[in-house]
Each structure stands twice: as C-alpha cells, then as structure tokens.
Design a protein around this ligand. Structure first.
Ligand SMILES: NC(=O)c1ccc[n+]([C@@H]2O[C@H](COP(=O)([O-])OP(=O)(O)OC[C@H]3O[C@@H](n4cnc5c(N)ncnc54)[C@H](OP(=O)(O)O)[C@@H]3O)[C@@H](O)[C@H]2O)c1
Length: 339
C-alpha cells in the first residue's frame, strides 16, 4: 500500500530531515506535499531528487492526505493537527502539544508500537528527543529486571533549538574560535560556544525546567508505568547534533552488567558499544546521521546493588524526531491502521 503524505513544518530542522528519512527508508509514498508558514510559501524543497513548491498551511491543504508528519511549534500543532485529523488523516506530531493528552498515544516503536491501535483523536504524539533514546535503552532492561527509578543528566546539542539554534551556535562558535567577542545569543538562552547551559528552557514552577518535566512525564507514559521515578537534569552543550545521556537506573531486583549487556546487544534500535572489548564508546559523532540509539559504558553502581550506570547517545533530529515519526508511519501502514 502506498499513501498520500503531507510534511508540515517542511522548512525546519526536523522537517528537512523528514524528507531525507522518508527517501532513505523507502517509505511507500503515493503523493507528497510540503507545508510551512506563509513566509516560506513558494520556496522550493527537494524530495527524491525532484523540486517541490512549499505551500502555506491552511485547512484545505489536508484534503485526501492519509498521513501528516508535522514538525511545527506547539501552538501551530494545537490548531492544525486536529484540522488535519478531521479531514481524515492520521497525524504524527513532533511538537509537545499532544504528548500528555490521554487520547493521543505517545509512541516509540521499539517500546510501545501497540499503542498505535488506540488513536482516538487521529493524532499520534512523537515524544521528546531525550525521552525517546532513554526509553529505547531502558525497555530491554525493564523487560528483565523492571525499572524502579532513573536519574539522568543530559548533554543536549544546539540543534534541539531547531534551525535557529544551529545558526546561533555557528555564529558564536566562529567568533569564539577566532578569539573575537562572541555575539549575544539569539536562540539559546546564554552563550553556548565554550560553555554549557543548564537552563536553556523555561523554568517551571516546580523548579525543574520545561524540558526536565517532559522527560519525567513522557518516560512514564511511554514505558506504561506511572510508578517509575525519574529525576533529570537537562543541559545544553556545544555540540551541533545528537544528545547524550548519563543514566543511573535502579531496578526492582539486581541485574548483572553481563546480563544487561546481553539484553542491550540484541535490543531493537540499539547499537551496543562495549568499551571493555574494543575500546569503543558512543559519541555524538557516531550518532549524527543514524536512526539508532547508541548505548555503552554499562557499569555496576558502586553505591546500590540494584542499579547500573549507562551512557546513551542518539541523533535528536532523527531518532529524537524525524526517524521516530517515520517509523510510526511505517507501523501505521504495516498494521493496516492507515486507510
Ligand atoms: N529540534 C529537535 O531536536 C526536536 C526534537 C523533537 C521534537 N522537536 C519539535 O519539532 C517541532 C519542530 O522543531 P524544529 O527544531 O524543526 O523547529 P524549526 O527548525 O524552528 O522549524 C519549525 C517549522 O515549523 C514551521 N512553522 C513555524 N510557524 C508556522 C506557522 N505559523 N504555520 C505553519 N508552519 C509554521 C516553520 O516554517 P517557516 O520556515 O515557514 O517558519 C518550520 O518549517 C517543534 O515542535 C519541536 O519542539 C524538535
């Protein structure tokens, strides 16, 4: 079966990759259109070697579309994703607008693809770019020893702030490397070149950042276990693409390092790198451009017999957004959910 697709937010950092990922994964496209804001209407984007004109987003644009891959700011998704769903499409939405809606499944295909059979509003939410690789790594371990609590510190790349973040970081990095005064940040909330920023997001009333609260809430929803404790510290680092995560995970019973490594080595979507055998360990430069989640540095927590430490890296624009969304779309077709 091939399907009529609309890519919304096609001119953004995620939308740009969405086009590439659809081609790379040979998604069965019958027809495709590319939508963005009025500002981009008339621009040309390339898909499968052919030029396409970007259309402005408007309700009529969704007629006949079966799958919408949407990557716009949350406010735009709030308005347009229900319009697309009412027109008959299933929307896979990358924004945070629908993630905690009980009527919208929050899906990482390697973890909870079966949730795609419960799409009450016509909208599937694509999770946060930290929560996705975290859950891909936790799931094979949860299946053997049940996760009780997760403490995670993140090392998040500039591209998490989209196309504007990358422009901001490039300008700062060039000046910093040349020993020139670093220009004031335009997308990040502080200087990123030669620095790290623990509050590159809005501060919520509970003292956690908006990003940290997403990691807490979305991890529980994806794992299907509201009792899992999650304590994150999210940090922006001077890396262009790919987020890293230092994770300490406590289980309900002891899990040996050897058994954890064995489970991770055969887990779907995971590239397990064992530094003890060949000295290799996951880095953002490995993950950039890949749809996989890279896991390594598995260690026994010396302070807790039921806990392990691990290091996880994934491309935030791909597995953290575009590739996970396309994988959801593939499952929708494979399972006969899209009509
Ligand atoms: N970057 C990441 O790592 C990441 C990861 C997971 C999820 N997400 C989420 O994915 C979404 C897109 O992120 P991004 O990083 O790709 O952002 P981005 O680079 O800023 O791109 C935003 C896209 O949305 C379009 N857009 C903005 N306002 C619009 C409007 N009023 N009507 C129609 N289209 C509009 C933009 O079109 P114009 O070019 O015409 O303005 C652009 O195509 C966000 O909700 C973000 O939270 C991002």
């Amino acid at each position: 079966m091939s399907v009529n697709v609309a890519v919304v937010g096609a001119t953004g950092a995620v939308g740009d990759l969405m086009r590439k990922v659809l081609v790379e994964r040979n998604f069965p496209v019958k027809s495709i259109k590319f939508l963005a804001s009025e500002k981009s209407a008339g621009k040309t984007v390339e898909f499968a070697g052919k030029p396409y004109t970007v259309e402005p987003i408007r309700p009529e644009a969704f007629a006949g579309v079966q799958i919408v891959l949407s990557s716009t700011p949350g406010s735009v998704s709030k308005e347009y994703s229900p319009i697309a769903a009412r027109a008959g499409a299933i929307v896979v939405d990358n924004s945070s607008a629908w993630r905690m809606d009980p009527d919208c499944p929050l899906v990482v295909p390697e973890v909870n693809a079966e949730q795609l059979h419960h799409i009450k509003k016509g909208i599937v939410a694509n999770p946060n770019c930290v929560a996705i690789p975290l859950c891909v790594a936790l799931k094979p371990l949860h299946d053997v020893a049940k996760v009780k609590r997760v403490v995670v510190a993140t090392y998040q790349s500039s591209s998490g702030k989209g196309a504007k973040g990358l422009v901001d970081f490039a300008a700062q990095a060039a000046a910093w490397a040349a020993g020139q005064p670093v220009p004031a940040p335009t997308a990040h909330r502080a200087q990123l070149a030669g620095n790290v920023i623990t509050l590159d997001w809005t501060l919520d009333p509970n003292g956690f950042s908006e990003e940290e609260n997403k990691v807490i809430n979305e991890t529980k929803k994806i794992m299907g276990d509201a009792d899992i404790g999650v304590c994150p510290t999210c940090v922006r680092v001077p890396v262009k693409v790919a987020h890293s995560e230092a994770i300490t995970v406590e289980f309900h019973k002891p899990l040996s390092v050897a058994d954890a490594k064995a489970a991770l080595a055969k887990a779907p979507g995971v590239v397990f790198m064992d530094e003890t055998t060949d000295g290799k360990f996951p880095q953002p430069i490995h993950a950039e451009g890949s749809d996989h989640t890279f896991v390594g540095r598995v260690r026994q927590d010396p302070s807790n017999p039921n806990a392990l430490c691990l290091w996880v890296v994934a491309d935030n624009l791909r597995k953290g957004a575009a590739s996970n969304a396309v994988q959801c779309a593939e499952e929708l077709v494979k399972r006969g959910i899209v009509k």
